[in-house]
Write a protein that binds this ligand. Structure first.
Ligand code: NAG
Ligand code: NAG
Ligand code: NAG
Ligand code: NAG
Ligand code: NAG
Ligand code: NAG
Ligand code: NAG
Ligand code: NAG
Ligand code: NAG
Ligand code: NAG
Length: 693
């Protein structure tokens, strides 16, 4: 009642509705959850080509039978029929038994369906109408006719869903897998080189059925780009905070110069339906617009990082209205997104706003190696404003034609340069800096447990060959391994010789010297830029208890990814043949977004691994409970968990020799990888305990 009243006031205030507006239209923009929570169920096996063989349903709050059909009609749907349930009986059995397990609904008491009641005990069963039962209040099962599972499928007739939060109405939609709210403005349109602030308008009806602009990057995007996207399986009744689900907060990668929250590989619809999570993905400012820092001015950098924190603030304030539990937010990201996660783990402005963190293929290293190609260093070791300015500032001013000696005139000049020009210059700023507010330490503090670092559970990890994406494959066949190392790693022959003489990175011949040599180089690149730093991070974090607990993984199976050398996929696209597990090729295993299935193990591993990550988001431990999996009917995951055992915490004593999890089908545990090699490269496991930067 109150909600409805609020809505009317809001709508009238907005000015688009008058007393002569037809009732249907007013209802169409009214909130969809005024009278009931909305739960979208879909039994998702992550096999996209199988989506067409499945349907879901919508569950509404208990009403007497006489009101059940009208409740569905308010969503432009009908009561689910017995015939449909019979056709998809296995799906409904599993989906509804999970509702019971989670204590969302009491399935044994039943649901109103068309002309009867559906009960779910060991099996679904029906009873026809009786005058005795019809006064009982039971939850209602409605059809869900918006049955396209594709992330790019927009709203269809009647599928929009309106939800009110903090004074605005958000009009999203549903598809086969979740409720979707795309392009939500979380901040006011940012001013250039100023920190963002929370979206401040109220009384708005905001269309959130398509993605907002991505942030300015190589030839596209906009400065008005601070949008986020939500996929959720559940919308509580307006004003209720019951049964809220854990939240995955996704920060995209792209080198702090590219990417967006609209990447289909990180679409949250599959995790929402398969794992009952709310997924949020965000945009944040990139490149010079996100990271320029100028000494002695108000332009202190980290605008992109501050945007991420503004988005986090929006989520904390609003996510309950979309079914999410603000006390159970896990921040997660890949590549620069992982670098962002690492930054937020140490940011005084972010700590306390999330409960867990997942950093996938974070970069670092290079400080003590003297090797060139240390592209990754600044992701984990933060420049001062001066250092950041020295590598990018004067170059940007010059390239933008903003020469001069008076810095305020130069900045005024830069303010006039079109965004697309700024991010397209040959030099851009892309570095997290020690700005003193968002980042106030030179690196993440792991050498001690104190308030500088979030004391929470974390997952770090890498793909087996992250470094293959950051090594140069020789353009013409090489004549010896020394030359191969030099080309691939950009080092001189002295260093190449030292690597060979260390005997730590053996060349294994398959008869293709260029490839075999590159294979050695990519191992070194993986170690020095990813593995050594990230393994040392969790090792120190658990040794000092800076982290509450930590888990580490290596992806043994991936698909596609960042392949600038065009080395391609396994022969015949068969993952049993050799291939490099590239950087950025792992997201389908977190999000369940495989775009093709090369062999059954692809699907089974994606089912298992997404369950690991989802279990972590639910409770800070990647091992899903067998009871949960059983209630959901995830037989293949149960088989994986039973056969392949536990993913154990990183234990600083290393007695178990099982510190990391090799993710695949089968998955298995193993000791830290390349420990001796990392020591030789200058990144021993205790690097951060011995004052390493
Ligand atoms: C079952 O009850 C509903 C609601 O009272 C009514 O609309 C419907 O016609 C009934 N069906 C049968 C088969 O009696
Ligand atoms: C689902 O939507 C996508 C994207 O709009 C479209 O390409 C596809 O054909 C649709 N599938 C079906 C079964 O309608
Ligand atoms: C949209 O749905 C409404 C109500 O269900 C129906 O009356 C109308 O004909 C539909 N329009 C189209 C274009 O399908
Ligand atoms: C080789 O590279 C290393 C690291 O950059 C450097 O210290 C060394 O002086 C170089 N040696 C030669 C012979 O150029
Ligand atoms: C600014 O300086 C750069 C580098 O010195 C130079 O190439 C460019 O022509 C100058 N632009 C103007 C507008 O003076
Ligand atoms: C935590 O310890 C580090 C290293 O000793 C120190 O630099 C930092 O200031 C400390 N942080 C707090 C909040 O005490
Ligand atoms: C490797 O090949 C390069 C290029 O042909 C040559 O200059 C160099 O002497 C060779 N090095 C060794 C160790 O054979
Ligand atoms: C060596 O492997 C590379 C990368 O797969 C391939 O392009 C090249 O043709 C191979 N060379 C030979 C001689 O087989
Ligand atoms: C790289 O070398 C390892 C170890 O010898 C081998 O197992 C793998 O298949 C090689 N990768 C490629 C793509 O050739
Ligand atoms: C995926 O679904 C398709 C269509 O139902 C089916 O043919 C295929 O066997 C499934 N793949 C796996 C690995 O289960």
């Amino acid at each position: 009642m109150t909600v409805l009243a609020t809505f009317v006031a809001v709508a009238v205030g907005f000015g688009s509705l008058t007393s002569s507006t037809p009732v249907e239209l007013r209802d169409a923009v009214g909130v969809s959850n005024a009278k009931s929570s909305l739960t979208l169920i879909y039994q998702n096996n992550l096999n996209a080509s199988d989506d067409k063989n499945h349907v879901g349903a919508i569950i509404l709050d208990p009403v007497p039978q006489t009101n059940a059909a009208a409740a569905c009609a308010s969503l432009n749907e009908k009561l689910l029929s017995k015939a449909t349930i019979q056709k998809y009986e296995a799906d409904f059995n599993d989906a509804l038994s999970y509702q019971d397990y989670a204590k969302y609904q009491d399935a044994e008491r039943g649901y109103y369906i068309e002309n009867g009641i559906l009960s779910v005990g060991d099996q679904v069963s029906y009873s026809a109408n009786s005058s005795r039962s019809s006064r009982k209040e039971l939850p209602v099962l409605c059809t869900q006719s918006a049955n396209n599972g594709s992330a790019s499928a927009g709203p269809v007739n009647g599928s929009t869903i309106a939800v009110a939060s903090t004074g605005n109405i958000f009009v999203g939609y549903r598809n086969q897998k979740s409720f979707r709210f795309l392009g939500i403005p979380y901040a006011d349109t940012p001013q250039r080189f100023k920190y963002s602030s929370l979206y401040s308008k109220t009384g708005q009806t905001i269309q959130t059925t398509s993605y907002g602009a991505q942030c300015a990057q190589g030839g596209s995007g906009s400065e008005d780009c601070l949008f986020l996207n939500i996929q959720t399986p559940y919308i509580p009744k307006s004003g209720s905070k019951k049964q809220l689900r854990p939240v995955l907060f996704w920060i995209h990668g792209g080198g702090f110069t590219g990417g967006s929250g609209a990447d289909p590989l990180s679409d949250g619809g599959n995790l929402a339906s398969k794992e009952d999570l709310v997924v949020v993905s965000i945009n944040y400012r990139l490149s010079t617009l996100g990271f320029l820092a100028i000494p002695g001015t108000d332009i202190k950098g980290n605008f992109g990082i501050a945007d991420q924190i503004t988005a986090l603030d929006w989520v904390v304030a609003n996510i309950a209205a979309f079914g999410g539990d603000a006390s159970k937010i896990t921040i997660a990201g890949e590549s620069a997104g992982a670098g962002s996660v690492r930054t937020l783990l140490g940011s005084p402005k972010a700590i306390g706003k999330y409960a867990g963190a997942i950093a996938m293929s974070n970069l670092g290293g290079g400080v003590t190696l003297g090797l060139s190609g240390d592209y990754g260093t600044t992701y984990s070791t933060y420049y001062t404003i001066d250092q950041s300015y020295n590598v990018a500032g004067p170059q940007i001013f010059a390239a933008a034609g903003c020469n001069g000696t008076d810095v305020s005139a130069q900045i005024a000049c830069l303010d006039q340069v079109p965004a697309s020009t700024l991010v397209g210059l040959s030099t851009v700023a892309r570095y997290v800096v020690q700005d003193g507010t968002y980042v106030d330490t030179p690196n993440l503090i792991l050498s001690t447990r104190n308030a500088s670092t979030a004391h929470i559970p974390v997952i770090f990890g890498n793909t087996r060959n992250d470094g293959a994406s950051f090594s140069t494959y020789p353009k013409t066949p090489i004549s010896n391994h020394t030359q191969g190392l030099q080309v691939a790693l950009g080092i001189n022959s002295t260093w190449a010789q030292r690597i060979i003489e260390s005997n730590l990175f053996p060349l294994i011949s398959t008869g293709n010297l260029t490839l075999d040599s590159f294979n050695v180089s990519q191992r070194i690149a993986t170690d020095k830029t990813f593995r050594c730093v990230d393994q040392a991070t969790v090792y120190a974090g658990v040794s000092t208890h800076a982290f509450q607990k930590a888990f580490y993984y290596q992806f043994e199976r991936t698909i596609d990814g960042y392949d600038p050398n065009n080395l391609g996929q396994p022969a015949n696209d068969d993952p049993k043949n050799p291939y490099f597990r590239f950087h950025g090729a792992d997201m389908p295993w977190l999000f369940g977004t495989l775009n093709r299935i090369r062999d059954p193990e692809d699907l089974w591993s994606a089912q298992l691994v997404s369950s690991y990550f989802a279990a972590f988001v639910r409770g800070g431990d990647p091992n899903p409970s067998l009871q949960y999996l059983d209630a959901r009917g995830y037989d293949k995951v149960i088989e994986g968990v039973r056969r392949y055992g536990n993913w154990g915490e990183v234990d600083a004593s290393m007695k178990g020799g099982n510190e990391i999890r090799l993710l695949d089908w089968p998955s298995k545990s193993a000791g830290f990888v390349d420990v001796e090699q990392c020591t030789w490269l200058g990144y021993p496991l205790d690097y951060y305990l011995k004052g390493g930067k």
